[in-house]
Design a protein around this ligand. Structure first.
Ligand code: MN
Length: 323
């Protein structure tokens, strides 16, 4: 046997194998903010099969095995519309719809944060479950996508800032636990998170305790914020975008049914747009704006499920305060 004839193809095969494994391990590193190399492109180049997870997203499988709720989550948590027309398709990686059951989000793969999160708060959501603090990656993201983990914000000077807050989901362990997925978080200046934002969240829960129900849409945009350690545009070695602005739209209606029909020009609408800056004032009322202002800043259509005539009225008025 002539070993030289075998050795050459064998070495070529070894080199190819090595390169393939390097490319595979680079997939995580490529998934960084600002570098838009999709794992699907890489997968095509190296001829890997598409993972089963992009064909059948894991969170839908999980949802099916959990106890069904009285309402379909899309219908209840996102009743007021899908502001960016997010879809659950991997080709829509920067506007990727995720149904977490207890809240819905549009996730951005390149920012590694939500674009926006939408949820409903009723009396049934506020219970006695203690804050679980089980921050963890969302392992149901499509194969090859970077999964932000619980230590990614460490030493960054920014808080792991919930979009859908832990305090709004205290009816059960499953509900509270869902809010600690890292793709419900943004790098948030500590004074924004712990004071301004916390006060607004408490205000909303108090409205519910007084017999109201609430729809909330929260989001962030831009790049560059100032945390405890100063200014940063990204954290986690460039993988996570630091938003420059954090906004929220709140619709307050008395507890009842047929909610879409009940929202009208007399409905309490609160919109705030805050700087992601540790020098922020603790009073959220200082950052009141109109829904239309946020639409202009983000390009979204908020409250799109409401009649256009209602939107045109309630989206241009600024909240005047009230208990
Ligand atoms: Mn609108």
């Amino acid at each position: 046997m002539n070993y030289k004839n075998i050795l050459l193809p064998f070495s070529v095969a070894l080199v190819l194998l090595y390169e393939t494994s390097c490319q595979q391990s680079q997939q995580t590193d490529f998934n960084t903010y600002g570098r838009k190399v999709s794992s699907d492109t890489l997968r095509t180049k190296i001829n890997l099969p598409t993972p089963a997870s992009s064909a059948a997203p894991q969170h839908y499988k999980n949802a099916a095995t959990e106890t069904p709720q009285k309402n379909d989550s899309i219908a209840s948590q996102m009743l007021l519309g899908n502001p960016s027309n997010a879809t659950n398709s991997t080709v829509n990686a920067d506007n990727y719809l995720i149904d977490h059951k207890y809240y819905i989000e549009s996730y951005s793969r390149s920012r590694a944060t939500p674009n926006w999160v939408s949820w409903h708060i009723g009396a049934e959501d506020l219970g006695n479950t203690e804050r679980l603090n089980n921050f963890r990656p969302d392992t149901s993201l499509p194969g090859g996508w970077y999964e932000v983990n619980q230590s990614a914000y460490k030493g960054s000077g920014f808080d792991k800032g919930h979009n859908c807050p832990s305090g709004d989901r205290t009816s059960s362990t499953a509900a509270n636990s869902s809010t600690f997925l890292m793709n419900n978080m943004i790098p948030q200046a500590p004074n924004n998170n712990q004071h301004t934002w916390e006060h607004l969240e408490s205000y909303c829960r108090n409205q519910v305790k007084k017999g109201n129900e609430i729809y909330v849409i929260m989001g962030s945009y831009g790049s560059g914020g100032s945390g405890k350690n100063g200014y940063a545009e990204t954290i986690d070695n460039g993988r996570i975008n630091v938003p420059s602005h954090i906004w929220k739209v709140v619709i307050v209606i008395p507890e009842g049914s047929d909610d879409l029909q009940r929202i009208n020009t007399n409905t309490r609408v609160i919109a705030v747009d805050t700087p992601n800056d540790n020098a922020i004032a603790p009073n959220w009322m200082k950052y009141l704006c109109t829904v239309r202002d946020i639409e202009k800043a983000t390009g979204y259509d908020l409250l799109s499920a409401l009649p256009r005539s209602v939107q045109n009225r309630i989206e241009v008025e600024k909240f005047k305060g009230g208990n």
